[in-house]
Ligand binder design. Structure first.
Ligand SMILES: Cc1cc2nc3c(=O)[nH]c(=O)nc-3n(C[C@H](O)[C@H](O)[C@H](O)COP(=O)(O)OP(=O)(O)OC[C@H]3O[C@@H](n4cnc5c(N)ncnc54)[C@H](O)[C@@H]3O)c2cc1C
Length: 456
């Protein structure tokens, strides 16, 4: 009887603590409540109080793919990590689910312009596959074709092959039309680049897995709470958060700005001289069903056009590669990966498998609102025009609209900013983590850990 009453009292105490945590989110945190039900031994582990004015060691702002990957990586060596996320749940809303889900090989990022993108993408690619295999996240190493549909595009393709060589992308090959058609019979090209390490990942499942592993390791995720200010104070940072009407203030010794589309604003709170601005670029995508007609059959590779030039207003620049290089130096054009075809996953009998939907996108445009996910999508004919030359059987009636996402591009430079703040080194800035940020999230996380070791 005594033992029974003991366990009942322990259970009630546990429920009370959970209730208190719910009410006083910042004041009381129960990191891990382990119920070893098998031997009826209820163990409370690591119960701690966090008063509003307490100083915590590490705070991460933002729980997208990058914030969650950092939390997971740091949880292996550090304790008491807080992640503050403004959305009510960690569902990879914002960039981390509204993307193409492509695992990039690393062929787009010339090292002289984008050293971090080049290195962290190529490093992150195998790390991501290993992680997905170990933790059962849906993924497929499909391989990718970059198709030159005309002589003029061949020079652009040669440039991608050069970058792939410089970045040491494994297995990159220039192949003939016949070789390409063996891999994907319904394409059109005169030559193609084949990149076997490219693939796809189920992005929402990936973020959720990182989140749950980090939580299990003791990271505190505070969802539905927006960081509204961060200021250097007393050798640390005073963080102000808002959840509904309620404001809270606490201090953190190290802060990691992983706020995606808002990372430039967060950077300026702590350092008003931070020179970086986010340019929100909305990417819309459409889809077709590969089983509708035999001519639409798609074997499952990522199919891309050659990268091409666009003017700063987003319209395509029909210029030779040498002309592109001149205009690029004058900052009149940039290069884009172009609208591409990507296989997707379907949940069949509770298992993710490559399904019948192939997406076409993204069609990019500048927007004012950083979370402009409105439904006024471009008409199907725009997508048709963009890919007809590489996938000729497609017709307007095959195409329906799919999704929107907004990407955090940096206005001032091509490469990502991942560095300690110039004035306040314990504030680690991640600004403008656009594509291939999903591919590189685990490599970014390890890079951030090295930065923390250098400033701690
Ligand atoms: C259309 C599109 C296609 C893409 N395709 C690919 C692709 O195929 N392959 C690839 O590798 N990458 C791709 N990307 C890029 C990739 O999605 C991003 O690089 C990656 O998701 C960035 O993750 P993140 O965690 O930095 O940002 P986000 O996912 O945007 O997460 C930032 C988080 O911070 C939170 N936050 C912001 N401000 C605050 C605040 N003040 N307080 C609290 N929380 C805050 C937000 O709510 C959000 O959850 C694509 C992106 C887009 C938009």
């Amino acid at each position: 009887m005594k033992i029974f009453l003991y366990y009942i009292s322990q259970t009630l105490a546990a429920l009370l603590l959970i209730h208190l945590r719910f009410i006083y989110r910042f004041r009381l945190d129960v990191a891990l409540l382990v119920f070893q039900v098998d031997n009826l031994n209820f163990v409370f582990s690591k119960i701690r109080k966090v008063p509003m004015s307490e100083r915590v060691p590490i705070t991460i702002i933002g729980a997208g793919a990058v914030g969650c990957a950092i939390a997971y990586q740091l949880s292996k060596s550090y304790q008491e990590i807080f992640v503050i996320e403004k959305n009510s749940k960690v569902t990879a809303e914002n960039q981390s689910s509204r993307n193409s889900g492509v695992v990039h090989a690393g062929i787009y990022y010339p090292k002289d312009l984008g050293k971090l993108k080049a290195e962290l993408c190529v490093r992150g690619n195998p790390e991501l596959y290993d992680f997905c295999r170990e933790f059962e996240v849906a993924h497929a190493q499909t391989g990718k074709l970059v198709l030159a549909a005309s002589e003029a595009e061949l020079e652009y393709l040669q440039d991608s092959m050069r970058i792939a060589r410089e970045n040491q992308v494994p297995g990159a090959q220039l192949i003939s039309e016949q070789q390409a058609k063996k891999l994907e019979p319904n394409i059109h090209c005169i030559k193609a680049g084949y990149f076997p390490t490219s693939g796809i990942v189920e992005a929402t499942q990936l973020v959720h897995k990182l989140y749950s592993l980090a939580s299990q390791a003791g990271v505190f995720f505070i969802n539905g709470t927006e960081v509204v200010d961060a200021k250097p104070e007393r050798g640390a940072f005073k963080i102000t958060t808002r959840s509904g009407e309620r404001k809270e203030i606490f201090e953190s010794e190290i802060v990691i700005n992983s706020a995606g589309l808002y990372s430039d604003m967060v950077a300026r709170w702590v350092n008003p001289d931070s020179p970086f601005d986010i340019l929100p670029i909305r990417g819309e995508s459409a889809k077709f069903y590969k089983n509708r007609r035999t001519e639409l059959y798609h074997a499952g590779l990522n199919i891309y056009p050659t990268p091409h030039a666009i003017y700063t207003d987003g319209t395509k620049a029909e210029v030779s590669f040498s002309e592109f290089q001149k205009l690029f130096k004058q900052k009149k054009v940039v290069k884009t990966v172009g609208v591409h075809l990507t296989p997707t996953f379907d949940l069949i009998d509770n298992e993710y498998q490559i399904g019948d939907i192939v997406t076409i996108g993204p069609a990019a445009q500048r927007v004012e609102n950083r979370e402009d996910y409105s439904e006024n999508l471009l008409p199907p004919v725009n997508y048709l025009k963009a890919v007809k030359n590489i996938f000729p059987a497609l017709e307007t009636e095959d195409i329906s609209l799919h999704q929107t996402g907004v990407q955090a591009k940096l206005l001032q430079q091509y490469d990502w900013v991942i560095q300690p703040d110039e004035k306040f080194p314990r504030f680690i800035q991640l600004i403008g983590i656009d594509s291939p940020g999903l591919t590189a999230c685990l490599a970014i996380a390890r890079y951030v850990e090295e930065l923390i070791r250098s400033v701690a």
